[in-house]
Design a protein around this ligand. Sequence first.
Ligand SMILES: Nc1ccn([C@@H]2O[C@H](COP(=O)(O)OP(=O)(O)OP(=O)(O)O)[C@@H](O)[C@H]2O)c(=O)n1
Ligand SMILES: C[C@](O)(CO)[C@H](O)COP(=O)(O)O
Length: 231
Amino acid sequence: MIPDQSFTAVVPAAGIGSRMAAEIPKQYLPLAGCTVLEQTLARLLNHPAIGRIIVATAEQDPWFERLAIAREPRILRVNGGRERADSVLNALAHVETDWVLVHDAARPCLHRADLDAVLAAGRQPQGALLASRVRDTMKRGDGQGAISSSVPRDELWHALTPQCFATAPLRQALNDALVAGCAITDEASAMEWAGFHPRLVEGRADNIKITRPEDLGLAGFFLQQMNESKL
Ligand SMILES: Nc1ccn([C@@H]2O[C@H](COP(=O)(O)OP(=O)(O)OP(=O)(O)O)[C@@H](O)[C@H]2O)c(=O)n1
Ligand SMILES: C[C@](O)(CO)[C@H](O)COP(=O)(O)O
């Protein structure tokens, strides 16, 4: 049993969504009756183990304050940074709980069972992240558009979010890895760099990160399925 409000959620939402190539950042695109960001926040707000949510948006973001959810007292907006890792580190400065989960604003299709599982697995020194096993044969390219090699896939995983860690070690690892100039694309990378071995929690492959235009319709379908399964 995870103690109530023992986690703070950090939601990096300061990206520009360049790969989505939309008029506005993808986290503010319409999805299933509200915005992508509101869908993602709704998945986190109703979990008893999560006390507060810290949303990192771009400093000049004009959209967040227009959302009704911006007035939710458990949500604090802070400024993000140049890269996702900078946004997460900025948000971590405001986390007061011993445990933190980081979940992409662009992942609205998170199932409650997966959230329960990664919260339970993450309350230990190594931390934990949701991940899905690779299903396709994996190739490494040679940089000229041809195959260099096939990559054994038996222990290859897609890292997803949420990623759950003890707050202080994550803050330290992320800071030190960035100061060392490491390219950090998820929280587990920083913890691995610091010598930790986060647990892989197998999660649903429909916990997609809305990245390219075709992902938005897919996310709408997955959310419709999620809502129908609750009826
Ligand atoms: N400086 C940044 C960059 C990204 N993110 C957030 O990190 C999550 C995952 O990043 P990604 O999918 O790469 O989003 P973008 O950076 O917006 O997309 P792109 O790389 O296509 O521009 C998103 O919720 C995004 O808003 C962030 O908080 N701060
Ligand atoms: C954190 C993440 O979603 C795990 O797969 C991914 O690393 C985000 O990468 P992006 O390049 O910022 O989309």
